[in-house]
Structure formats: structure tokens, C-alpha cells
Design a protein around this ligand. Structure first.
Ligand code: NAD
Length: 500
């Protein structure tokens, strides 16, 4: 297998300057899926220099907003044209099901269209009343400059697009680095940007490791903004690396998201069935490798036994397998490392007193095809509490922990007892309680009687250690803009502050 040319600098596709390449594995069978260029510091410097030139002297920042918007729309159309291809790539690369891959392409298409509209609607400056007819004062938006975009492996296309679409809409140039584990859909996306007519040097791509590529993007003086999505440990390093050059930093980090279920949500059979079904979806979709996974079930004591029994029964029936196969509901974990991490969390939870209601192990080799894949059974851990590592830390695996409460205050306290604050849900049939609890949750997204939906027009991001800044919505565009106040004196005269 020859290495793909996955580095894109100044309009040219090429391999790494060093000639190095990296194997990308299919997590369903641990076999090589592709060989990609393994970029290094030299490739990163070249990509940043190209983006710098394209920003400082290229046409893109001065391109009329309507034309930038039209380009984003063309990208959206191309994404739809290649929907099946991209979904397949994403499924093979990440292990997620083909249907999830399709949903990702559709969501990303919507995000491109949303930012295409938003940038046109928000392109005008804001005239400010300066208190004098002799002054014209206006606040205008300008692009930040060269943006370094670093993305994770769980939603490669989606996370890339939430950054690329607003960055380009605002007139920036960029260098993007996908996760070294799942780079393939980002390569496809950059090809579509080129096909849509983006000028050379505006969008550059370097495939490679967090260090050196991501680290260089974070500390490089030629970069004006770094937008990072990934884990807390890497995000902290990005922020430290960015500090000496005082570049803008946006961080979308992890989560440890509570799913709070009140007994009144389960009073009817339909309510019970819905709450169980959604708790399952919250925790186990994409094998729990979701930043907003509802990994903590916080349930009212009076319904716990019935709820957990039903949940465990359904979790055991989840059909694991290769994401591209018909009927498969959950794919593998993305890597051997992620599998080992999951096993270690379940081990520590057992040692700390958790009771395994289902899962807690890899599937028997005879029960899973292909047997060499990184599969782990959906796992429900009962009798958990806030001192346990499995409750405090983001496992990013198919693990659901159960904690219980008696009062509304207890439920809120438990849900907020996390250093993260990305997302959370409350299930209740009491409208007043729903609004009260939603108001008290310290999380960037709160769902009432639902879990997981998001909208391109609504901000996404976290409180606490879940990050800094927001993606999507008007704030998602504002991240990529500088405001400039232009104050024009229409009748200049001496001020005579100094007598002489
Ligand atoms: P990760 O932190 O290991 O890697 C993320 C990216 O950072 C990769 O491209 C990696 O190569 C790069 N990187 C690693 N070290 C770096 C460094 N020192 N400097 C610069 N870049 C570096 O995360 P991951 O394992 O790929 O992804 C999972 C994490 O992403 C989870 O914590 C998850 O919650 C988070 N995530 C958050 C959101 C959100 O919207 N908040 C969305 C998706 C994923």
C-alpha cells in the first residue's frame, strides 16, 4: 500500500517532507485501512507560512461576503453529492455505524449552509451613537487572521466543519490538523474546498501527530488563533503553548455529562419506555465516544430498581459489529488504547465497589465478528458515587454509571458535581421542575426530556473544564472575527488640552 498524499500546502497535495507515513487502522478488525503522510514541524511551518501569505496578500480576506457565502454553499452541495462516500470513510475510520456517518454528513452540510447565511446577515457594521452629529462611529467585523484548527477522532468531519465553515465565512485563512487516528474525512473535506474554488493557500492541511504538528500550530508566532477540540490534557498544553504569543484560544474539551431522571418522568408506561430508551442512546451511541455522552445516570431512588433492570436488559441486546454491516447498532472503540482505557475504568470501578449490571467485559471472540476489532460490551455500573474515578473522569467508552437521589436539591448537586460542564439532561413530567432544574445546571447545553440534539444556530460549548468559547450559533462565527471601532471626526478642530 503506498502512502496517500495527505498534506495540502498552498494548493499542492504532497507527502511529508521527511517522507514518513503512518498507518490508519480499521478499528473493526485492527487491519491497515490507509497509509497517510506523517507531517512534522517542517510541513507545519510551510503550511502556516502559506496561510500567512494568503491572509496578508491573498484575495480571500477581501473577497465580498456574498462570494464567501456562495463558496460555503457550494461546499455544502458537494458534501451532499459525496454523502455515501464520506459516510463510508467515516464509518471505516472511526468504527461508527454507516447511518451515523450519514447523519454527520447531513449535520455538517447544515452547518455550512447556516454559516453561509449568518455571515451575510451579520456582515454590516454597527453604527454607534457617539453623541455628536460631527462624529461617525461604526464597529466593523474583520477576520482574525491565520487560524490553527486541531480536531479529535470521534467526530472528525463534524468537528473540522464546525471550525472550517465559520473561519472561512469570516475571511480567515487556516491550517487544519485532524486526529492522527482518523484523518481521512478531513482529507476529503479539504478536497471539496479546493473543488468549490477556494484560492490556494487559504485552507492548508497537515496530517500528523499532536506533537510536533499540533504543538507547533499552538506556539507558532505566525498563527493568530488556535481552535482546539479534544481532551483536557492536550487542551491544557495547547493553552500553555499559545500563551507566549498571546494568540486567541478556543477550547472544546471533554465532558462528564449527567442524565437526571425524576420518578415522575416514569409514571406512565410510555414515559418509562422513553426515558430508558433515551438513557441507552445517551450513554452508548458511538460506543460512548461522544463528548456529550450521558455517562452518568442520576436517578430518583424510588424508580431505580425497575429502571436499571430494564436498561441493563436492553443494553445487553445492543448489536455490536462492524459499523458498515446491516443491523449493527454499535461499532468498536476507535483504538486498542481506547479499549485498554475502558477496561481500566471498569476494573477500578469494581475495586471501588461498583456493581456490574451488564457488560463489564469484551465480547467473547465467538460472539463478535471480526474478533480482532476493539469491541467492548455496553456496561452499566450500579452503586456509583462521586469519589470514584469512573464517575469523575471522562471514560469515553461504553460505560454508564448510576447514582441515585431523593430530592430535587440532591439531584442538582450531584449533576453539578463535576469539574466539567458540557451538557446534561433532566427528565420530568413537571414543567416547573424542568425549568427550575435546567436553570440550576452548570452545563453549556441542557436538554429537557431529550438527549443529544443540537442545532447549528444554537451555541455549543462548555462551562468549567469543558472549555473556553463556543462553536455554532452567532458566537461560533464571532470566535473567528475581530471587532474594530472606526471613529471618524467629520469636523476636526484643535482640542486645546495643552495650552501651548
Ligand atoms: P486528544 O486531546 O488526544 O487529541 C485531540 C487533537 O489534539 C488531536 O488532533 C491530537 O493529535 C491533538 N494533540 C494532542 N496533543 C497535542 C498537543 N500537545 N498540542 C496540540 N495538539 C495536540 O483528544 P482525542 O482523544 O482525539 O478526542 C477525544 C476528546 O475530545 C475527548 O475528551 C472528548 O470529550 C473531546 N471532544 C470534545 C468535543 C466538544 O465539543 N467539547 C467534541 C468532540 C470531542
Amino acid at each position: 500500500m503506498s502512502a496517500m498524499q495527505t498534506i495540502h500546502v498552498d494548493g499542492v497535495w504532497r507527502g511529508a517532507a521527511s517522507g514518513a507515513s503512518r498507518e490508519v487502522l480499521d478499528p473493526a478488525d485492527a487491519k491497515t485501512l490507509a497509509l497517510v503522510a506523517e507531517g512534522g514541524a517542517e510541513d507545519t511551518d510551510a503550511a502556516i507560512a502559506a496561510a500567512r501569505r494568503a491572509f496578508d496578500s491573498g484575495p480571500w480576506p477581501q473577497t465580498p461576503v456574498a462570494e464567501r457565502s456562495a463558496l460555503l454553499r457550494r461546499v455544502a452541495d458537494l458534501l451532499q453529492r459525496d454523502r455515501e462516500d464520506i459516510a463510508l470513510t467515516e464509518s471505516r475510520d472511526t468504527g461508527k455505524t454507516l447511518e451515523e456517518g450519514r447523519v454527520d454528513v447531513d449535520d455538517v452540510t447544515n452547518a455550512f449552509r447556516y454559516f453561509a447565511d449568518l455571515v451575510v446577515n451579520e456582515s454590516g457594521g454597527r453604527v454607534v451613537d457617539a453623541g455628536s452629529p460631527e462624529v461617525h462611529s461604526v464597529v466593523v467585523h474583520e477576520p482574525v487572521g491565520v487560524c490553527a484548527l486541531i480536531t479529535p477522532w470521534n467526530y472528525p468531519l463534524l468537528q473540522a466543519s464546525w471550525k472550517v465553515a465559520p473561519a472561512l465565512a469570516a475571511g480567515n485563512t487556516l491550517v487544519i490538523k485532524p486526529s492522527e487516528v482518523t484523518p481521512l474525512s478531513t482529507v476529503h473535506l479539504v478536497k471539496l474546498l479546493v473543488e468549490a474554488g477556494l484560492p490556494d493557500g487559504v485552507a492548508n492541511l497537515v496530517t500528523g501527530a499532536g506533537d510536533p504538528v499540533g504543538a507547533r500550530m499552538s506556539d507558532h508566532p505566525g498563527v493568530d488563533l488556535v481552535s482546539f477540540t479534544g481532551g483536557l490534557a492536550s487542551g491544557t498544553k495547547v493553552m500553555q503553548a499559545a500563551a507566549p504569543t498571546v494568540k486567541k484560544v478556543a477550547l472544546e474539551l471533554g465532558g462528564k455529562n449527567p442524565n437526571v431522571v425524576f420518578a415522575d418522568a416514569c409514571e406512565t408506561e410510555e414515559g418509562f419506555d422513553t426515558a430508558v430508551d433515551q438513557a441507552l442512546n445517551a450513554a452508548f451511541i458511538h460506543s460512548g465516544q461522544v463528548c456529550s455522552a450521558g455517562a452518568r445516570l442520576i436517578i430518583e431512588e424510588s424508580v431505580r430498581d425497575r429502571f436499571i433492570a430494564e436498561l441493563a436488559k436492553r443494553a445487553e441486546k445492543i448489536r455490536l459489529g462492524r459499523g458498515t454491516e446491516d443491523g449493527v447498532e454499535c461499532g468498536p472503540l476507535v483504538s486498542a488504547q481506547q479499549l485498554a482505557k475502558t477496561e481500566s475504568y471498569v476494573r477500578s470501578a469494581r475495586e471501588e465497589g461498583a456493581v456490574v449490571r451488564c457488560g463489564g467485559t469484551r465480547p467473547e471472540p465467538s460472539e463478535i465478528r471480526p474478533a480482532t476489532g476493539f469491541f467492548y460490551m455496553p456496561t452499566v455500573l450500579d452503586y456509583c458515587h462521586g469519589d470514584m474515578r469512573v464517575v469523575r473522569e471522562e471514560t469515553f467508552g461504553p460505560i454508564l454509571t448510576v447514582e441515585t437521589f431523593h430530592t430535587e436539591d440532591d439531584a442538582v448537586a450531584l449533576a453539578n458535581d463535576t469539574e466539567y460542564g458540557l451538557a446534561g439532561a433532566v427528565w420530568t413530567s413537571d414543567a416547573g421542575r424542568a425549568r427550575r432544574v435546567a436553570g440550576r445546571l452548570r452545563h453549556g447545553t441542557v436538554w429537557i426530556n431529550d438527549f443529544h440534539p443540537y442545532l447549528p444556530q444554537a451555541e455549543w460549548g462548555g462551562f468549567g473544564k469543558s472549555g473556553i468559547g463556543r462553536e455554532l450559533g452567532p458566537s461560533g462565527l464571532a470566535e473567528y472575527r475581530e471587532s474594530k471601532h472606526v471613529y471618524q471626526n467629520l469636523n476636526p478642530r484643535p482640542v486645546r488640552w495643552f495650552a501651548g
